[in-house]
Design a binder for this molecule. Sequence first.
Ligand code: ZN
Length: 237
Amino acid sequence: MKRKLKEKLQFYTIVFLTITAVLCIMEVKDDILTYVMKNERIYDAEIIIDAGHGGPDGGAVSSNGVAEADINLSISDKTRLTAAFLGIRADMTRRDRNSLDYKPDDTIRQNKMNDLKARVKIGEGNRNADFVSIHLNKFSDPRYFGAQVFHRNDAASILLAQNIQGALYQINDKNTRSFKQIPNDNYIFERIPNTGVIVECGFLSNAEEELLLQNDAYQLKLAMLVIGGYTNYKYNR
Ligand SMILES: [Zn+2]
């Protein structure tokens, strides 16, 4: 009886400390973001966090009008912040709501291309960095849910996907999705030289996930798990 109680207390202490740590991080988040998000580019980045879409391209939009682009940025900010805490040199492609290399006189289509090319260029400028794109999913059937990782077709990318997918199961143990190869027509991933994955963090078409994905604490958990999977891939193999 005594031992059980002790175990229980230890368990609650761990839970309490974890929650406190998360709350502390969230509390000081904005200050730290300002500090770590200085504008200079890190040319020897270990990881490039690529917030999908931006500017005129909002990405997937839910039936309630929730757009993917802003949530991608929010999760990406937290992912970079988590990486910075662990001393991992992280850089981002897009750092605000705008698309990259936007030219006011260009058409929407041309600007979409300017944006994609700029992202490829960032990958090329950091050849040794791992390129992690953050996106959200959407499907016609609202039952589908769960984070899923897609990878380039090389051994390192497959291993990275496996590790991040494994970590992401911890946010929802009912998630049965497994990691998969990125389809061939992806402009960025067909061109960048980096080890690379796309993390589809959840489905905007699923009512429950649509709410969770907008929640700050949930986004931070996702970010921590992405970096958890990443460090597992990078330092434990
Ligand atoms: Zn997307």
